[in-house]
Design a protein around this ligand. Structure first.
Ligand code: FES
Length: 105
C-alpha cells in the first residue's frame, strides 16, 4: 500500500510524497525537501534531518532512542516533537503522516 507523507518546510510550503519508501530523511532528500540535508547519510551524527512530528502522530512514530536524543540535545530548537528523521523508517501505518522541518539552529 502506498504511504503518503507530507513535509512542511520553514516557509510553510508542503511537499507531499504519495509513495514514500525508506527513511523519512531519504524520502525528503529524494524529493528536495528544503531544510533536510541528510549530511551524514543517515547515521545519526549531523542533525541536518531534524523534523517536528505533528502532535497527533507522536504515539505512532515514537520517541528518539538514546543516541538520537544525544544528538538532539546539541540542537537549540528542539521540543518533545523533535526527531532526526533518518532514524524513522517509513511503515504503512504512517500513511498520512505530517512532519515539519525544524528551524536551523
Ligand atoms: S542524516 Fe544525519 S542525523 Fe539524520
Amino acid at each position: 500500500m502506498p504511504t503518503k507523507i507530507t513535509f512542511i518546510t520553514q516557509d510553510g510550503s508542503k511537499v507531499v510524497v504519495e509513495d514514500a519508501i525508506g527513511t523519512l530523511m531519504e524520502v525528503a532528500t529524494e524529493h528536495d525537501v528544503e531544510g533536510i540535508d541528510g549530511d551524514c547519510g543517515g547515521v545519526c551524527s549531523c542533525s541536518t534531518c531534524h523534523v517536528k512530528v505533528k502532535r497527533e502522530w507522536l504515539d505512532k512514530v515514537g520517541v528518539a532512542d538514546e543516541i538520537e536524543q544525544d544528538m538532539l540535545d546539541l540542537e537549540d530548537e528542539t521540543d518533545e516533537r523533535s526527531r532526526l528523521c533518518c532514524q524513522i523508517e517509513v511503515v504503512e501505518e504512517f500513511d498520512g503522516l505530517i512532519v515539519e522541518v525544524a528551524p536551523l539552529s
